[in-house]
Design a protein around this ligand. Structure first.
Ligand SMILES: [Zn+2]
Ligand SMILES: [Zn+2]
Length: 355
C-alpha cells in the first residue's frame, strides 16, 4: 500500500517536473511573428469555413481568400486520421495558425497527430495546464516540432490575410474555476460576414465578453460547448444576434447535447440550426457579401456553386422565393439555403410565391 502510494507520488512528481520543463521550453512570447515566406497563394476571393464532423468534439478550419489556414481544435484522438485526410483533401500542406481552445480531449485529442502531419506556423493555447496524458502528448508533439506556444487571450489579432480580420475575444481573465471558461474565442470577419467560434465557453466568460465592449455580433455562431445549457446565455445570444447557428456534436453522445434549453433559445429567435450529428461536415463560403451553406457531401461542390436562397421575414416568420413581390424590408430579412432549413426554423411558406 505504502509502496504503491509512493510510486504514485513519484509519478505525479515526475509528471509535474515534465510539465514544468516542457512548459518553460515552449510557452513563449505572445507576439505575432509574421511569416510571409511560407504564404500559400490560391485563386479566388472566397473565405471557406469548414465545421468538420469529428463526432463529439470540435474542429473548425478557416481557409482565407489568400489560402491561409486557421485550425481551431482537432477533436478526439480517434478523429485525427480523418481530420488530416480532410485537410490534405483541401490541398493544404501548412496550417498557419492552430488554436487549441482549451485542454479538454474532445478539442485537443487529435491535435498532436495534426501537428506532426503538417507544417505549422503558430500555435495558440490559453495559459492553463491540464494533468492528462492527452495534454502531455500534445505538449510533446509541440516540443518535437520546435514550436513555441503563444498565449491565447482576448485582444490577440492575426495579421495573416488583408482580406480578413481575425481577433480573439476571450479569455479575458487569467484564472477560471471551470476549464471550459478558458476557451479561446475567435471572431473572423470577411467583408460584411462574420463568424464567432466559441469553444466551450460558459456563463462566466460570456459575461466577461459582454462587459469587455467587444463587438460580439456575428452572422454565424458556433454554439458553445456542443449546445450545452451551461453556455449560450440569453444576453450573450442577443449580443451575438446570429443569423445561423452551428452546433458541433456527436450522435447519441453521453452528455445529452444539445440541451433542449439551448435549442429552444435559438428557435425562439428564429435562428436556423446546423448540426454536425445530422449533417456531417458543414461547409460555408463567404464572398464578403453573402454566406453560402454547402450541404452534406457538398465538400466536393465548387465554392462558386450558388444554391437556391429563400428569404425569411423575421417579423412574420414567413419565407419567400428570392423573386417574390412581397419580400420584407432588408433589416427583417433572414436567408435560408434550403426549404427544409426554413421550415425547420419554424417559418411558413408565403402564399403568393409558394416556395
Ligand atoms: Zn470542454
Ligand atoms: Zn467540448
Amino acid at each position: 500500500m505504502l509502496r504503491i502510494e509512493r510510486i504514485r507520488k513519484n509519478k505525479l512528481f515526475m509528471t509535474f517536473i515534465l510539465f514544468t520543463l516542457i512548459s518553460s521550453l515552449i510557452f513563449g512570447c505572445t507576439d505575432f511573428d509574421h511569416d510571409p515566406e511560407n504564404a500559400i497563394h490560391t485563386e479566388g476571393e472566397s473565405l471557406s469555413v469548414h465545421f468538420i464532423d469529428v463526432g463529439q468534439g470540435d474542429c473548425t478550419l478557416f481557409v482565407t481568400p489568400k489560402g491561409k489556414t486557421i485550425l481551431i481544435d482537432a477533436g478526439e484522438k480517434s478523429a485525427s486520421d480523418m481530420i488530416i485526410n480532410y485537410i490534405r483533401g483541401q490541398g493544404i500542406h501548412k496550417i498557419d495558425v492552430i488554436i487549441a481552445t482549451h485542454p479538454h480531449a474532445d478539442h485537443i485529442g487529435g491535435m498532436e497527430d495534426v501537428i506532426r502531419a503538417f507544417d505549422i506556423g503558430q500555435i495558440y493555447m490559453p495559459r492553463v495546464m491540464h494533468t492528462t496524458q492527452t495534454f502531455e502528448n500534445l505538449l510533446l508533439a509541440i516540443q518535437e516540432k520546435g514550436l513555441k506556444v503563444k498565449t491565447a487571450k482576448a485582444g490577440v489579432a492575426f495579421d495573416i490575410d488583408p482580406d480578413i480580420e481575425a481577433v480573439m475575444l476571450a479569455p479575458n481573465s487569467e484564472e477560471y474555476e471551470n476549464l471550459n471558461d478558458y476557451s479561446a474565442v475567435l471572431k473572423v470577419t470577411h467583408g460584411k460576414n462574420s463568424f464567432l467560434i466559441t469553444g466551450d465557453v460558459e456563463e462566466t466568460s460570456e459575461k466577461e465578453m459582454l462587459a469587455s465592449g467587444y463587438d460580439l455580433s456575428a452572422d454565424v455562431l458556433k454554439v458553445a460547448h456542443h449546445g450545452s445549457s451551461s453556455s449560450t446565455t440569453d444576453e450573450f445570444l442577443d449580443a451575438v444576434n446570429p443569423d445561423h447557428a452551428v452546433i458541433l456534436l456527436g450522435k447519441d453522445n453521453d452528455y445529452g447535447h444539445p440541451h433542449r434549453e439551448t435549442i429552444e433559445k435559438l428557435r425562439e429567435r428564429g435562428i436556423p440550426i446546423y448540426r454536425t450529428d445530422e449533417l456531417g461536415n458543414i461547409v460555408l463560403t463567404s464572398d464578403g457579401q453573402v454566406i453560402i451553406f454547402h450541404h452534406p457531401s457538398s465538400q466536393a461542390k465548387a465554392a462558386s456553386q450558388i444554391e437556391t436562397i429563400y428569404i425569411g421575414n423575421k417579423k412574420s416568420q414567413v419565407f419567400h422565393l428570392q423573386n417574390c413581390s412581397s419580400l420584407p424590408s432588408e433589416h427583417n430579412q433572414l436567408k435560408f439555403y434550403s426549404r427544409q432549413e426554413a421550415v425547420g426554423a419554424g417559418y411558413s411558406p408565403c402564399g403568393r410565391c409558394n416556395p
